[in-house]
Design a protein around this ligand. Structure first.
Ligand SMILES: *Cc1c(COP(=O)(O)O)cnc(C)c1O
Length: 359
């Protein structure tokens, strides 16, 4: 069986060593030493000022929306994972869907401005598949209209834009460390910001609003993560360069056999140092995509339709036409891509796709 992804697991000895320390200290959660070390190591690894390690990437989005006090309408992308839109609705905001750029698959800044009303409070954009958004154009629109900007960077671990971490753009960036992501802590996520006041606010959200054992400031919730999850993150972090290197090799094999022959791949925004988080391919039609999926499934290969359907089709959002996102969502497929995937397996996937294309 070849799934679309498989979680990376570090050598077990490396994890065991960290776990042994947990037994010695008997400190399992609530800002333990491993969680603190992971935050420090992540800040250093990514080159960002402030980062909070949280229980998942969805609560990271919720914290960002709340910390920036977003209300009313938030302009967002219809081409992302459901959490991008659902977290807005969960926080009482109304997602307003812009359309996407058909080449980068990210929100198209040219479609944002026409959607701004007196009720618009912010922009929530996703660096889809790890490809950097047009951060300059988005910031320019936000500045001119007094809007806050959140980036859902769930796919963008390790991505740089113009030499800086992609997480250093916008007011707050979020990341997911879920098991299926390039860097993971089993379950986990983070918020990243340059603003120390936003950091303090989100740090209070994370532990029930506590400022000390007996005092509180504002409404909080539980967004903490555990020492066990931090241990997985610490063990994985050292392997990230090899993980990205192997994903790059696999992506280049797919490119060699498929790109321009079986379909097209998104255009990487210029200035992006890419992380090879996914291998999306665009077929010419949904019919062709379904034929390819069927042929691959018959060989026990399970690619995934990331992202289908377009989020503007959810039954709890206001419908707006997003023709480009709808078209892309109907014919994009993410091919298997994970550290252990062998070159022979990649070749098999490619041969089956090409055979299906021909007949
Ligand atoms: C995975 C993902 C999330 C959610 O992260 P979790 O850690 O699973 O809560 C949010 N947005 C995008 C784009 C994602 O891919």
């Amino acid at each position: 069986m070849i799934p679309v992804t498989k979680p990376f697991l570090p050598p077990k000895e490396e994890f065991d060593e960290l776990i042994a320390g947990i037994w010695q200290r008997n400190w399992l959660t609530n800002g333990g030493p491993l969680a603190n070390k992971l935050e420090l190591d992540l800040k250093r690894h990514l080159g960002v000022d402030h980062l909070l390690f949280l229980s998942n990437g969805t609560i990271a989005l919720q914290f960002a929306i709340r910390a920036l006090d977003l209300k009313g309408e938030v302009i967002t992308t219809p081409f992302s994972y459901v959490a991008t839109a659902s977290s807005l609705v969960w926080e009482g905001c109304q997602p307003v869907f812009a359309d996407i750029d058909p080449h980068t698959l990210n929100i198209d800044p040219a479609t944002i401005e026409a959607l701004i009303t007196p009720n618009t409070s912010g922009i929530l954009a996703t660096h889809v598949f790890g490809n950097a958004c047009d951060v300059e154009a988005i910031q320019d629109i936000a500045d001119r209209h007094g809007l806050k900007v959140i980036y859902d960077g769930a796919h963008a671990f390790g991505v740089k834009y113009k030499g800086k971490s992609i997480f250093s753009y916008g007011d707050i960036s979020t990341c997911s460390f879920h098991a299926t992501k390039l860097f993971h802590t089993t379950e986990g996520g983070a918020v990243i910001t340059k603003d120390p006041e936003l950091l303090r606010k989100m740090s209070r959200f994370r532990s029930f609003g506590h400022t000390s054992a007996t005092s509180f400031e504002g409404v909080g919730i539980n967004g903490k993560n555990s020492e066990f999850h931090a241990a997985m993150g610490l063990a994985n972090l050292g392997h990230v360069p090899q993980i990205i290197e192997r994903r790059k090799e696999i992506s280049e094999l797919y490119d060699k056999w498929l790109k321009g022959v079986a379909g097209e791949t998104p255009e990487i925004t210029s200035g992006t140092t890419y992380n090879y988080a996914y291998y999306p391919i665009l077929f010419s039609s949904e019919q062709e995509l379904l034929k390819v999926i069927e042929a691959l499934n018959r060989a026990k290969i399970y690619p995934r339709r990331y992202f289908y359907p377009s989020l503007s089709k959810l039954d709890y959002v206001e419908k707006r036409p997003t023709p480009i996102a709808d078209d892309i969502a109907s014919r994009v497929l993410c091919l298997p891509l994970y550290h252990e995937l062998s070159s022979e397996e990649v070749e098999l996937v490619c041969r089956l796709i090409l055979r299906k294309k021909r007949y």
